[in-house]
Design a protein around this ligand. Structure first.
Ligand code: ZN
Length: 686
């Protein structure tokens, strides 16, 4: 009973949980049970002499009565939060513009609760290493919001005004990041703590948790099936009950390690049965991964939110914050991927309630036995007044982290130096084209493949993190396998000039291209045969299209030239266009050759190869693509020329320095793209 006195809202929370379970299993029995429970609790309350007990029973009576009303009255329609989703998207813009993928996706998840940008492979690594909770908005985010409001209002307002301002800020932040279960839970807890402080009450966090559980179930009993709600409640309960006793037992370890391990174990062990039951997975590396990853979290959160805040003023103001945020997210990704790659990182177990119950019973049995025999790691719940604070770093630690970040960035920049005169990369984007050309520090991207996410991942893995400018973006023609990915680059990178052929084939993709250019105010040039475009010291001659009425889809054919180096990109030149090109064979001569149309069959394959006389050929095509690209005839026509192809060699990097030509297959370490159909934005290029 002393425990109930310390936590007067526990009976209320238990009543709502029980009634919500019953409402799910036997809806007809729930209403009478709620009524009986409300009356019984009210009677017990009336009979109690002790004030705390009266309060506890009154709380339970109100909760049970509330549940009865909730069962009778249909739920209110969900409010329309589209405006907040738009605001979230706008605020996330500096992170998207300034940080490459996949770190950009991690930061959007941590700062704004937007997890849509996290690729499937990375999400799986987070899951295997037991660190997915870092990507959910949680108590630390709310603490940060409350601390910021407190700092602004210190000495300017009384406790009640401060508390109201804090609650308002927490509510607005919750609406901004989307009202997920863990968001609502931590917001209610932060709100109760803040009001409790203002009213001169001790902020009893365990009571706040009970209040949050009761309130959320009253609003929506079905939330009991939401993994986010279960995990968030279990982790918070675990932290409250076990963090302090565990930390006391681990006092022999250095404080950073002992506290970290206590926090990790207290928060993760209670979630184990839930994760195993719902997802069929137990992460064995979770304690180790979390001890390293969790201390990074406050820095990441602060750096991410600072980038967002500074980005409201201007993108340039956000740059230094974005660099720090990037380096921290890169370190977190390394920790997560390394621990997930350990062979026995996670155990697969059968899903279902049996697993969950068995695991819970196992954990409880271990704790009880350990306590009986007096083993040290057998903590017993001891309810603290407040949640253990997330490790808020000291000034010295902040300064050290900043210095280390700058040092890492400087070393990376130094290592990235020494670029050759000309470098071309065929990015492995699946079935389609995406070529990145680099010369004298300038960058051109010709086409972007079919999938924006894959292109952004390729660019993130290929370019240095601070390279956020692409001087020239070229769309050879508006087919999905060349353009769908490219549209994303207009929004994510600082683009100097956007180039497309005159008479670009119309359709949704051409509209998206024009829309993206207009939205970002990018300079554009529509070119045709005879035009020349400059990229630093390099010259780009446009050889096609030439407005020939026989060519139905005009596609750019480009010859890059600098010093003695030359590359011919043929795009998806049609047979009619190829015949036109062969009217001036001397203009085609190049050291690197990209044959037309992913190596599709053409009667001109042999003639083109003899006109170009390349040292090597590069073909971009998807593995086992349904068009049969590249065809045996095209490969045979290139007789004797070394051929590199993205379906086998991954991302291919070719550097030209004087007479030397260096080829590096699998150049950026990314796994091959998932085999996939081409998205239907418009007709696929054939
Ligand atoms: Zn194509």
């Amino acid at each position: 009973m002393t425990r109930i006195a310390a936590m007067p809202l526990l009976p209320a929370a238990m009543a709502t949980v029980g009634l919500a379970l019953l409402a799910g299993a036997a809806p007809l029995a729930a209403l009478p049970t709620a009524g009986v429970l409300a009356l019984a609790a009210a009677a017990l309350g009336a009979m109690s002499a002790d004030r705390m007990r009266r309060l506890a029973w009154a709380g339970a009576a109100i909760a049970a009565a509330g549940m009865a009303v909730r069962i009778l009255v249909p739920p209110p329609s969900a409010p329309d939060l589209a405006a907040f989703a738009d605001l979230r998207s706008t605020l996330g813009q500096p992170l998207r513009r300034l940080v490459p993928e996949p770190e950009s996706g991690i930061l959007l998840g941590i700062a704004l609760g937007d997890r849509a940008g996290i690729a499937a492979d990375l999400a799986y690594a987070f899951s295997r290493s037991g660190t997915t909770h870092l990507l959910a908005i949680s108590g630390f985010n709310m603490t940060l919001v409350a601390t910021a409001v407190g700092a602004v209002l210190r000495g300017r307002a009384g406790p009640l005004v401060r508390s109201i301002a804090t609650v308002t800020a927490v509510v607005l932040y919750s609406l901004l990041v989307g009202l997920g279960a863990s968001v609502v839970r931590s917001a209610i807890m932060a709100g109760t703590a803040s009001l409790g402080l203002a009213l001169g009450r001790r902020a009893a966090a365990a009571n706040g948790l009970c209040a949050a559980i009761a309130a959320m179930l009253l609003l929506e009993p079905a939330i009991l099936d939401d993994p986010g709600f279960l995990l968030s409640a279990a982790a918070t309960g675990g932290l409250l009950a076990f963090q302090a006793p565990l930390a006391a037992r681990l006092r022999a370890l250095p404080p950073v390690l002992g506290e970290g391990l206590a926090t990790t174990l207290a928060a993760t062990v209670p979630t184990l049965p839930i994760i195993a039951g719902i997802f069929g997975r137990i992460s064995l590396v979770s304690p180790i991964a979390n001890v390293v990853a969790v201390p990074l979290f406050p820095f990441l959160m602060v750096a991410g939110v600072s980038t967002v805040t500074a980005g409201v003023l201007s993108t340039d103001a956000a740059r230094p914050f974005a660099l720090v945020a990037y380096v921290l997210a890169r370190v977190l990704r390394a920790v997560v991927e390394t621990s997930a790659a350990i062979p026995a990182a996670a155990l697969d177990v059968p899903r279902g309630p049996v697993t969950a119950v068995a695991l819970s019973a196992g954990c409880a049995a271990i704790a009880i036995v350990a306590r009986r025999v007096g083993l040290p790691p057998a903590p017993w719940p001891r309810w603290p007044a407040a949640l253990p604070r997330p490790p808020v770093p000291s000034r010295r630690v902040v300064a050290l982290t900043l210095a280390a970040t700058v040092a890492i960035a400087a070393v990376a920049a130094a290592l990235a130096g020494g670029t050759p005169a000309f470098r071309v990369r065929a990015l492995d984007i699946g079935q389609g084209d995406a070529f990145l050309v680099e010369t004298g520090g300038r960058l051109a991207l010709i086409d972007g493949g079919p999938d924006p996410n894959r292109l952004l991942a390729e660019l993130g893995a290929t370019l240095p993190a601070w390279q956020r400018r692409i001087d020239l973006v070229v769309l050879t023609h508006a087919h999905v396998d060349h353009g769908a990915g490219l549209i994303a680059v207009l929004d994510r990178y600082d683009v100097g000039l956007a180039v497309a052929p005159r008479g670009l084939n119309a359709g949704p993709l051409a509209d998206a291209w024009a829309g993206g250019i207009a939205r970002r105010g990018i300079a554009r040039a529509d070119v045709g045969a005879g035009s020349t475009v400059r990229l630093g010291a390099a010259r780009i001659r446009v050889l096609a299209p030439n407005a020939d009425p026989l060519v139905d889809v005009p596609s750019l054919v480009l010859r890059f030239e600098i010093g003695g180096a030359s590359i011919l990109f043929s795009g998806d030149a049609t047979e009619a266009a190829q015949a036109d090109l062969l009217l001036e064979p001397a203009s085609l001569r190049s050291r690197i050759y990209v044959p037309p149309h992913h190596g599709a069959a053409t009667p001109y394959a042999k003639a083109l190869a003899s006109a170009v006389r390349p040292e090597i050929a590069i073909i971009s095509a998807g593995l086992d693509n349904r068009y049969g690209h590249p065809t045996a005839e095209t490969l045979a026509a290139l007789d004797g020329v070394p051929i590199y192809r993205t379906d086998r060699d991954g991302t291919i990097e070719v550097s030209i320095d004087g007479p030397r030509l260096v080829v590096r297959p699998h150049a950026n370490g990314l796994p091959p793209p998932r085999p996939q159909g081409i998205p239907r934005l418009s007709s696929p290029g054939r």
